[in-house]
Design a protein around this ligand. Structure first.
Ligand code: SF4
Length: 87
């Protein structure tokens, strides 16, 4: 894998700030009826992601390409870790 800060597929920056992630989530929430987990469940999930060897750039899951700060909030979401999901 390259050490570049750019996405290898589209050359957009792969680094997102929490503010950018919050904006993305806000846009998603406005266009869909999104069910989210409790704050405690979110903290549990995000803590697991932050300590996972599959996390890239502190934001992106290597297995699904999802922004974990968003993925972990979604009720109908599951960790895609191969053979043994972590949450
Ligand atoms: S594999 Fe699971 S725990 Fe690891 S970063 Fe992806 S969603 Fe998070």
């Amino acid at each position: 894998m390259s050490n570049s800060n750019k996405c290898e597929a589209c050359s957009v920056s792969v680094h997102l700030t929490q503010e950018e992630i919050d904006k993305l989530f806000g846009k998603m929430a406005r266009v869909r009826d999104i069910k989210t987990v409790s704050e405690d469940e979110y903290k549990k999930r995000i803590n697991i992601c932050m300590n996972c060897e599959s996390l890239l750039y502190n934001t992106t899951c290597r297995h699904c390409g999802c922004i974990v700060q968003i993925k972990a909030k979604l009720q109908n979401s599951a960790c895609p870790y191969p053979y043994k999901p972590k949450w």
